[in-house]
Design a protein around this ligand. Structure first.
Ligand code: SF4
Length: 221
């Protein structure tokens, strides 16, 4: 079996609770969604067997943590099952970055993953429909491991979406961290909005953080 892979490289984790950690990134090609703010819609990919990916990963023997990212890696879940088993034999830690929608596929690999960085796709940010049902089901599976939730905040993001995000976390696992990630951290209007959204989450005792993308600020991949 082969996977469609956009790129494999070493860098630092730029998003979420593990910002700054050195990781090897395996970027799976393709995603069925169309978020307005998407910055990973790549055109090209290569097909690799698990052994071929492992050979590239092994050129970075000092890196114990792998970021499995995309696109949406869980769209290629049949490949991930055996691939993750091979990574476990090498003693690697798996950090899965996902849109947080394909909960049935997550259930197939949850035992093999250490960290899950899942999105809440806020319809007012993405320009798509809302995905609250699959997000809720996804979080229910993900809480078996170390999970946090990330929501991209744009000038179009609505307060109602933030209230629902906080309510879903409160319902499934109250101490799950919610990260508000600004699309553009330098806009004053967006900064005010982020502070307001943070206050709304704190009022219902959600552990909320505002974290811009570190790799973009540092100018690294
Ligand atoms: S789910 Fe992720 S990869 Fe897919 S379009 Fe949205 S931001 Fe891009």
């Amino acid at each position: 079996m082969k996977a469609r892979i956009s790129e494999i490289f070493k860098s630092i984790q730029g998003e979420g609770l593990h910002q700054g950690q050195s990781q090897v990134f395996v970027r799976f090609f393709g995603c069925s969604f169309e978020c307005k703010y998407c910055d990973t819609k790549l055109d090209a990919y290569h097909e690799y067997t698990a052994e071929e990916i492992l050979a590239q990963i092994n050129t970075y023997p000092e890196s114990r943590c792998l970021s499995i990212t995309g696109g949406e890696p869980l769209e290629q879940v049949d490949f991930l099952i055996d691939f993750f088993k091979s990574l476990k034999k090498l003693g690697k830690t798996i950090h899965l970055e996902t849109n947080g929608i394909l909960y049935r596929n997550l259930a197939k690999v949850i035992d093999l993953i250490e960290v899950i960085a899942m999105d809440f796709k806020l319809s007012s940010s993405t320009g798509m429909k809302d995905y609250w049902y699959p997000h809720r089901e996804f979080l229910k599976v993900a809480i078996a491991k170390d999970v946090f939730v990330k929501a991209v905040i744009t000038n179009a993001t609505l307060t109602d979406d933030i209230r629902i995000a906080a309510a879903v976390i409160k319902e499934v696992k109250r101490d799950t961290v919610l990260i508000l990630q600004p699309e553009n951290p330098f806009e004053d209007e967006l900064k005010r909005k982020l502070e307001y959204f943070k206050k709304i989450c704190q009022e219902v005792a959600i552990d909320v953080r505002i974290l811009p993308q570190l790799h973009k600020r540092l100018g690294v991949k």
